[in-house]
Design a protein around this ligand. Sequence first.
Ligand code: BYC
Ligand code: FE
Ligand code: FE
Length: 473
Amino acid sequence: MSAQIDYNQLIPNNVNLASDRRLLRALESWHPKFINWWKDYGPDAYQENEVYLRTAVSVDKKGWAHFGSVKMPDYRWGIFLADSNAEEKRIGFGDHKGEKVWTDIPGEYRGPLRRLIVTQGDTEPASVEQQRVLAATAPSLIDMRNLFQVNVEEARHLWAMVYLLMAHFGRDGREEAEQLLERRSGDPDRPRILGAFNEQTPDWLSFYMFTYFTDRDGKYQLASLAESAFDPLARTCQFMLTEEAHHMYVGETGVARIIQKACDVMNKYKTDDVRRHGAIDLPTLQKYVNFHFSVSEDLFGAELSTNAANYFTQGLKGRYQEQFIKDDHSLKDEPYEITTFSNNTLKKEEVPALNSINERLRDDYIKDCQRGINRWNKLIKDAGIDFEITLPHRAFHRQIGSFAKANVSPEGVTMTEEDWIKNSPSWLPSEQDHEYVKSLMIQVTEPGKFASWIAPPRIGINNQAIDFEYVRF
Ligand code: BYC
Ligand code: FE
Ligand code: FE
């Protein structure tokens, strides 16, 4: 008998994998393809080094963040659904409000649910592909470890969606699972589904911005799917959200440390020209904010969307924290105020709430983005420096929805396309800005040492010291 992998052992899970032969077989044929993808399109180096990673081995407090040193290809990508009592749980919104949640998929909703799960699943490996070359320029060991932690968890999120596809969509699901490994970020012939996931993440400033702004879209999309009447999807997303928090923490603290360094240099040398001292100036940082925020806003879809209205009415995808919203949760004739663009003018307008589900989620997202910006601004203020980072207007630099046709400045002023293009180098990272940031990207691997452009973090990972050997060489 050939050496058999015990998949129930290999894949930590709380879905009783051992008892489902058909599912096990499907995963057995997908797993080697996943590993090949991980080796070819995951981190392009250090696959044989031991990395201090957390692994989820169960969903409870003790098990979901189990720390240890592992080689990435040996990471145990598990399948976990948050605890649930499907017998008592009720659907919280839409036409099926009040009915029991579904443990399997009603036939008529297979199409839209498959599409939602595939779109979610597609972003996870896409982000790993986007980040694959970053280790070669990591500013410290702890940062390199954080990158790898995010990468293995995004790969686990792929597993989470592949599990749903294989367990609930039969042959179609198995085909979708294959295609999730075949599309490639940025490949013009077989791109990833959503725009932001085909952009490059060429440097660490982009990486922190991505984890701050784009992983936060993940938080809001997952939270909406965690409301789903399809209980396995809801529970999977609920558990993914616990991991998502760390990704956004990496982004927020990463940017904060860059700001700290810029402020320290400004104060030490009494100059705004921090580039002379190998730091990243705040105006450049603002341009990266403008870019990553606007690209991430596009991920919420069009302001008015019948797709989103249908998902809601059918009970497939809810709103952020549905149970805390005080309305009828069916939105048959509720209004919602959105900003619209027509005749070259931005204005506020009341529209049916049901059609503006995407915009409402984007509103929740924007508020959340602003909270971290406020914390960054406090750092700047505490350093005695007169500079404020701001979120650009929601219509600035958009590709999706009604603002795609608009030419709007970060301040929200409409203009001609010609003027917009003329001004854009002062709003978005220019070729020179990219070159400058790239010139700073030099790998630092001595424990406890950091590149010139970033301050050390305040604390280590899991109570380890800052100079702990997070990646062993
Ligand atoms: N790019 O009716 P609309 C994460 C298409 S991030 C390209 O508004 P809908 C993560 C759309 O497909 C979270 N195309 O669309 C973060 C539609 O096409 P059709 C990912 C786009 O369906 C970091 C048309 O435009 N999860 O987890 O309401 C690292 C009309 O649009 C885009 C999800 O996205 C775009 N940006 O809304 C790792 C959740 N936007 O029908 C991971 C699942 C729209 O005309 N996805 N289009 O052919 C969804 O809920 C929805 O698909 C969307 C789009 C909210 C994305
Ligand atoms: Fe994810
Ligand atoms: Fe994430």
